[in-house]
Design a protein. Structure first.
Length: 308
């Protein structure tokens, strides 16, 4: 069955969603297409004012004018002329209802959510083609599309946007999934997190200095066991890796932090003869504190979809 499934109004310069239809279909296909909506929203300023993106069973069409873009999702067999007539109606109503100053100064997502009422009514009319009374407009739009057809966007053109990695049409058809970015943003750094980061760097530097001293002693008189050198440098690597885990998101991040803390404990146990209890306590405590801060600094959550 050919029909319009979803529509939204987006600001071109930054992709801020201004309004959208309330969608009750939460199928996998719809969720995938919403990802494309977000990817397109970030690139609207780089795209022509009338475009179509074909994604298997669905098409995404949009038009842009006066800094605002009007986007819609429909089934692949929905007539292109009807799709762009629908978008044209949304555009005329939105421009009539809201002035450019309001759209340019909006800071909250979906701050014109009441426009959803008009979107829903118009969507129902266009999903029931027998009730359409815009034959003249359809004829005009058909002529316009023939003279200036919409730009056909390929999925590969979207590239990396909004946290999603570059994909090709072949990958979309083969898997139906969009892979996540390798590094996700983390929550803002807190004061305890900064302290743990600095202390980890300090412990790493102390281990590095002692490691070079151990090498110097080994070369001069052979008084040091080479295994101590290895323990110092392993301790340095473990401290620096804790700093890395605190700053960047990686897979199995918490497990890696616990393993790194375990390595710090093992190194300090082996260096028991070269360090006093206070030094050992300091290194182990800093390692535990850094592990806790890594555990507490979560990845940033996605922006809310507001059930649309």
């Amino acid at each position: 069955m050919s029909m319009i499934l979803s529509a939204s109004v987006v600001r071109v310069r930054d992709g801020l969603p201004l309004s959208a239809s309330t969608d009750y279909d939460q199928s996998t296909g719809m969720q995938e297409c919403k990802k494309y909506f977000k990817m397109l929203s970030k690139k609207l300023s780089q795209l022509p004012d009338r475009c179509t993106l074909k994604t298997g069973q669905y098409n995404i069409n949009f038009i842009s004018s006066l800094g605002v873009s009007y986007m819609m999702l429909c089934t692949e067999n929905y007539p292109s002329v009807l799709a762009f007539c629908f978008l044209d109606e949304l555009q005329k109503e939105f421009i009539t209802t809201y002035n450019m100053m309001k759209t340019n100064t909006a800071i909250r997502p979906y701050c014109f959510i009441e426009f959803d009422n008009f979107i829903q009514r118009t969507k129902q009319r266009y999903n029931n083609t027998r009730s359409l009374s815009t034959k003249m407009n359809l004829a005009d739009m058909q002529t316009e599309i023939k003279l200036r057809p919409p730009y056909q966007i390929s999925v590969s053109e979207l590239g990396s946007a909004n946290g999603f990695s570059h994909i090709t049409m072949g990958e979309y058809k083969g898997t139906g999934k969009i892979s996540a970015a390798p590094h996700q943003r983390l929550e803002p750094v807190t004061l305890p997190g900064i302290v743990s980061f600095v202390l980890s760097l300090l412990c790493g530097a102390l281990n590095l200095i002692r490691g070079f001293h151990a090498i110097e002693s080994l070369l001069q008189n052979g008084g040091e066991d080479f295994s101590y050198v290895i323990a110092f440098f392993l301790g340095t690597a473990a401290c620096l890796y804790q700093c890395y885990l605190f700053v960047y998101y990686t897979g199995w991040r918490n497990a890696k932090s616990f393993l790194t803390f375990g390595l710090i404990c093992l190194c300090n146990m082996y260096l028991y003869e070269l360090r006093n209890l206070w030094q050992l306590f300091f290194h182990v405590t800093v390692g535990a504190f850094s592990t806790l801060q890594i555990r507490l600094r979560h990845p940033q959550g996605k922006s809310p979809d507001y059930n649309v």
